[in-house]
Design a protein around this ligand. Structure first.
Ligand code: HSE
Length: 412
């Protein structure tokens, strides 16, 4: 049976205002916003002042509010709010990927103990319904990989810089359009994509990764010569969140990739996101949609609120059926690495260098490097270096050994 939902909303920024509007435009949902708690009492708002309050208790202490929608930027403050809301027996809908990636297990346990739902479709991929699909549609299909573009801001920047705009101008527009985080370093250095990947790994494979285990390298160090190299070779540079599973090993990282024209991500531009799921039975499927912005993100929040009318909760069946999965670093990547000087470039350890370029402005190496060797450098802060993964550029050590073993067996 549908139930009446009374919403307490935290935050009235880009997504919060979008939610207010999409809720007003949908007649199918028995849901109303009762209070909106915001930080800044001096800010002029477009809607009736009677909605607004400045004390979290107005929502948390109101027994009529049965749904808390948390859409604030500050993940520490959001943690306190979400915990208190779950403990008070209220359902929670959140879009806060950092909060969720950092505290997922605790929040799942709290929701369960208090017999309420904790939903977060809007935390990954904006309008793309990926979490619910992983939970429901692929519930019985064994997934082997999940990867894609999951950050709208960086995809917007890469699109615009590809068209000749400067990085700073493109970032500024992404901020104005409401795509970027309050601290855009989170977007630009791949943290935002990493938080989303942690949630994808959880729902795709049932693997609970700690955020500090997952390597994230963003696009801040991209230089004009890297963009030129990509263009001349027919590639585009895209920031991919990469998750794959082979037997009981999981690979998960975020890094720029050189994308050929036949790759699903090649024509995914601006703030669009795209996620490809590979599964044993359903094979390869692509999800495409707007990954950031007011209405697209609000539409995912709306969908979670709607699901609460029917008491929907994630089951985490893949986690519950957990085999002993481990996140491995025992693989190698085929990478392009450029450096402003030869000396800087030579600090990067390669297992096998296949191509070398020395020019007057920069230098690059292409070849295979062990992931664990690459991890020795703090790439987001190496201003003289840039790295991008090449197509088909991942080999798990276990696969290489298995293939070598097969070859030997064959030779014998
Ligand atoms: N800053 C995020 C992005 C917002 O650009 O993708 C949506 O999660």
């Amino acid at each position: 049976m549908r139930k009446q939902l009374t919403i307490g909303l935290f935050g009235f920024g880009c997504v919060g205002t979008g939610l207010y509007e999409v809720l007003n435009q949908t007649s199918l949902l028995q849901a109303r916003i009762k209070h909106i708690v915001v930080k800044d009492a001096t800010k002029k708002r477009q809607i009736d002042a009677s909605y607004f309050a400045y004390d979290a208790e107005v929502i948390l202490g109101d027994s009529e509010v049965n749904v808390v929608v948390e859409l604030i930027n500050d993940s520490d403050a959001a943690y306190v709010i979400v915990k208190r809301a779950l403990e008070s027996g209220k359902h929670v809908v959140s879009a806060n990927k950092k909060l969720i990636a950092l505290h997922l297990e605790e929040l799942i346990a709290l929701a369960k103990a208090n017999n309420v739902s904790f939903l977060y479709e809007a935390a990954v991929g904006g309008s793309i319904p990926i979490i619910r699909n992983l939970e429901e549609y692929y519930n019985n299909d064994s997934l082997s990989s999940i990867n894609g573009i999951v950050n709208g801001t960086t995809n917007y920047i890469l699109t615009k810089t590809g068209e000749g705009q400067s990085f700073d101008d493109a970032l500024k527009t992404a901020q104005e359009l409401g795509f970027a985080e309050l601290d855009p370093t989170s977007d630009v250095d791949g943290f935002d994509a990493k938080y989303k990947l942690v949630l994808l790994l959880k729902h795709a494979f049932g693997y609970t990764a700690k955020t500090e285990q997952v390597w994230n390298y963003g696009i801040r160090q991209l230089k004009t010569w890297d963009a030129t190299y990509a263009r001349e070779k027919g590639y585009k540079i895209k920031l991919l969140a990469f998750g794959t599973r082979v037997d009981d090993q999981v690979v998960g990282f975020v890094a720029p990739h050189l994308i050929p024209a036949n790759h699903f991500a090649y024509n995914v531009e601006n703030e669009f996101n795209a996620v490809v799921v590979e599964a044993l039975f359903s094979d390869r499927q692509l999800f495409l949609g707007k990954g950031a912005g007011s209405y697209p993100t609000a539409s995912a929040v709306l969908s979670d609120i709607s699901a609460l009318q029917f008491d929907y909760a994630y089951e985490y069946r893949k986690t519950n059926a957990q085999e002993n999965l481990t996140l491995t670093t025992d693989f190698r990547l085929r990478v392009y690495v450029s450096g402003t000087t030869k000396e800087q470039l030579e600090r990067v350890k390669f297992e096998e260098i296949q191509e070398i370029y020395h020019g007057s402005t920069h230098h690059f190496h292409i070849g295979w490097a062990n992931f664990s060797d690459l991890q020795q450098l703090d790439w987001n802060n190496e201003s003289d270096l840039f790295l991008a993964v090449l197509p088909e550029g991942l080999q798990l050590a276990s696969t290489v050994y298995a293939e070598e073993g097969q070859l030997e067996a064959h030779a014998n």
